[in-house]
Design a protein around this ligand. Structure first.
Ligand code: TNX
Length: 553
């Protein structure tokens, strides 16, 4: 298709729609084409005029941080940086306090200008992320062959947007396989581009302790050297590793620069075999159940032995000594030090799958752990099992990891957090556990949560339908966990997280299903497909699933 001079506004709009990564959407009975934005914004209206042309001479004015964020996206996507004080029409990036809800933004694009306003710095940052998705490559002078000059445009559009939930998380397990600083930073960039604002780091588990602490240096000295599969088993393992305190602070600062908090998790009283390597006196002997023997049979590896690093994939065999006061001194030391280096409000103490701790001991332990954290001035977070305990600190947040259709008992435990004064983070395992295998995908991943998990299943659910009796007021947010028993590299992380993390982000950010024409699987698959070129230019090695009509350039 040749680009003609003097085209009509309607023709220009059509051309922009075809070329600008737009997605068809049913609106009031008509099918209209709208620019593809993920997560779906609260409101988007296509303009009738010609698109804005983005060139090396485009001027960017306003907030310096936002301008730098935009420059990095334009550089990656289009290969040039817009000029400061250039000659052509411009992009203005402003914070207008009080202009909307926290984290909200507005974008207005016409042929002459792009104006992005945020109600705060986070809102402006999200506006810039959306603007990055709107940038489209049109080929000047005809087709899209090699060597032709590309023309970059932003379609005429008005977007007003604000998040549905305050907490929008991604969890990375750095315990089963350690993932180094650069990988974590990359994951922060990826998550922030989807408007996620919390990085939950699963820092400890049976296989390793990944955070250095001055009060308990033996933890990383003795329990961080290995990972699932050891460092030799058929190439499955990695040598392990840990974050120094300086490294952790670097993660916290990097996340903050992308408007994300870090939520550190120290899993207890189960998932603590590694603690026993450093402090045998705090750990019970491993309990070997029939379930464990099954896992060992299916996945290989040795039975856990006291004092020997565990390199298998079984869960539920370890417990701290919950009746020993020395254990609570340990809990206080660990969370005291973490509280001091974590500016975000949340400290996660695990509480999942403590299958070898009695119910009574578990209840006493989680109540005390939650109080220790609350006394530090932080908000405790625990997996939903802890909801069974009376005496949890009343601010405790529960993280639901049951299924889309909650089983008996699981809902009750989750509801208990809300009844107690807290809220829930929703991580339905059969939808947004990013470590579940894909259908027709790579060998990576597990299947226990009704896997394989399609992108359609990751997308097609409504947060207020998960736990009976819990509506938006009881929901703090949504989080997509990535457990790493089989996930060893940054490339593995990309494959498993993309595009399913985008489905989780839409549940966390966008209007409820039924409240927006965009909140359908049909719309999502088109919109996410339109992000292929942007993701590629950002270096995201997404899984090219055949469920999605990927746009290529
Ligand atoms: C369950 S979900 C776990 C993790 C595993 C994961 C693997 C939860 C709170 N615990 O220990 O890594 O399954 O999918």
């Amino acid at each position: 298709m040749k680009r003609r001079r003097g085209r009509t506004a309607a023709a220009a709009l059509l051309a922009a729609s075809l070329l600008a990564g737009c997605a068809p959407v049913a609106q009031n009975g008509d099918t209209v084409s709208l620019p593809a934005v993920v997560p779906a914004p609260a409101s988007i209206e296509a303009g009738s005029g010609a698109p804005f042309r983005l060139t090396p001479d485009t001027t960017v004015t306003g907030e310096a941080d936002a301008a730098a964020t935009l420059a990095a996206i334009v550089e990656a996507r289009a290969g040039f940086t817009p000029a400061k004080g250039g000659r052509e029409s411009g992009i203005d990036l402003r914070i207008v306090p009080g202009s909307g809800a926290p984290e909200s933004y507005r974008i207005a694009v016409d042929e002459a200008s792009v104006v992005v306003t945020g109600a705060d710095a986070a809102g402006l940052f999200y506006g810039v992320q959306t603007l990055g998705q709107l940038i489209a490559r049109n080929s000047a002078g005809g087709g899209q062959q090699e060597g032709e000059d590309a023309e970059w445009t932003v379609p005429a559009v008005t977007i007003e947007d604000a998040p549905r939930f305050a907490y929008r998380g991604a969890m990375l397990d750095v315990a089963r396989h350690f993932h180094p600083l650069e990988t974590v930073k990359g994951y922060i960039d990826r998550a922030a581009s989807l408007k996620l604002n919390a990085l939950h780091l699963h820092l400890t588990d049976d296989q390793g302790w990944r955070i250095q602490l001055d009060s308990r240096p033996e933890l990383t000295e003795r329990a961080s050297g290995t990972s699932v599969g050891g460092d030799s088993t058929e190439g499955q393992g990695t040598p392990g590793g840990f974050f120094t305190k300086a490294g952790y602070r670097e993660i916290v600062e990097y996340a903050a620069s992308r408007h994300m908090i870090v939520v550190p998790e120290i899993d207890m009283p189960g998932h603590t075999h590694a603690v026993g390597l450093a402090y045998p006196e705090l750990a019970e002997e491993p309990t070997i159940s029939d379930h464990m023997r099954e896992i060992i049979r299916d996945y290989g590896g040795e039975e856990p032995r006291p004092g020997v690093p565990y390199e298998g994939m079984a869960v539920g065999f370890s417990s701290l000594k919950t009746r020993d006061e020395a254990t609570y001194d340990f809990v206080a030391d660990v969370f005291g030090e973490l509280a001091a280096m974590t500016p975000g409000p949340y400290l996660h103490f695990g509480g999942d799958e403590s299958l070898s701790t009695t119910d009574e001991d578990f209840a006493v332990f989680v109540a005390r752990a939650s109080e220790i954290i609350a006394d530090l001035g932080k908000t405790p977070v625990a997996w939903h099992e802890a909801g069974a305990a009376a005496g949890l600190a009343d601010t405790t947040i529960g993280q639901y990891w049951g299924y889309l259709t909650a089983q008996e008992g699981v809902s009750a435990r989750a509801r208990a957090f809300v009844d107690n004064g807290g809220q829930l983070i929703l991580s339905p395992a059969d939808a947004i556990y990013l470590d579940m295998k894909y259908p027709n995908g790579p060998e990576l991943g597990l299947t226990w949560a009704n896997g394989p998990t399609s992108i359609e299943r990751a997308y097609t659910w409504e947060p207020s339908d998960i736990v009976d009796g819990i509506d938006d007021s009881g929901i703090l947010g949504v989080e997509a966990p990535l457990w790493t028993e089989t996930i060893r590299t940054a490339a593995d992380i990309d494959t498993m997280a993309f595009p399913r993390a985008a489905a989780a982000a839409e549940a966390a950010w966008s209007p409820a299903t039924g409240a927006s024409d965009l909140r359908t699987w049909a719309s999502f698959r088109e919109r996410v497909g339109a992000l292929g070129p942007l993701w590629t230019s950002m270096g995201i090695g997404f899984h090219p699933s055949d469920e999605i009509p990927w746009v290529t350039e």
